[in-house]
Design a protein around this ligand. Sequence first.
Ligand code: G3H
Ligand code: ZN
Length: 283
Amino acid sequence: MLVTGREILEDAHRNNYGVGAFNVNNMEIVQAIIEAAEETNSPVILQASQGGIKYAGIEYIAALGKVAAEKAKVPVALHLDHGTDFNQIMLCIRHGFTSVMIDGSRFELEDNINITKKVVEVAHAVGVSVEAELGKIGGTEDHISVSEAEATFTDPDEAVRFVEETNVDSLAIAVGTAHGVYKGEPKLDFDRIKIIKERVNIPLVLHGSSGVPSEAIKRAVSLGINKINIDTDLRIAFTHAIKEFIKENPDNIDPRKILGPGREAMKEVIKEKMRLFGSAGRA
Ligand code: G3H
Ligand code: ZN
């Protein structure tokens, strides 16, 4: 069933578990996520980035997400990931997204508050949930790049003011993760997660979660992370399986035979994540 992001994250916040938000770009990815969610009885968030929307077309992404969610036996939210443009966010809402992210992290605090407030006002008026970002998460996600030097951790005092003034539903915080493949092992600032959670008391979001060791994810969830964004790990599983198939079957030209193993491999990774995050069995 299609539900709002808020519905899914409030339960996770109340009961102290994490829900995976997985990036979608095509039908196979949507199917892998939904099948994994049904097989583990897990709520799930399908998220499309601006790049994903550009690749597939908003009509296709919205239709795929909605059909999948409505058919699914588990709660599914359709979310815009890293929205940076007010008009793009409105377009997603018009196309039936049930949750949107306004990423104003490139702005100074005051401007980030203002743009987030504006999105929250409109989105809440039509029952759509909003995620915002405070602090700067490093790495590259689609066209958004933040260098290591530019990345800054979320300040707890600013987080309190930000949440109070914007009335946002969930908050993405910068605590040491980065988008893309890690060079070394990421070091998370667990104390910061704990302090921010105690002070804002709303669902917190961890971006750049691919490649983060399982123990660190578990600890982050126990301290208050409720939405865990995964893109890179899915890309790796999908692409490796396809490459492997082509290597073993160089003459096969059937897209279904080629993409099928990608979908299967991705589904297995997603199921593992759902168990790790604690969303399995929560639908
Ligand atoms: O917004 C999406 C993510 O934060 C995904 O990050 O590609 O490092 O898993 P990742
Ligand atoms: Zn992200």
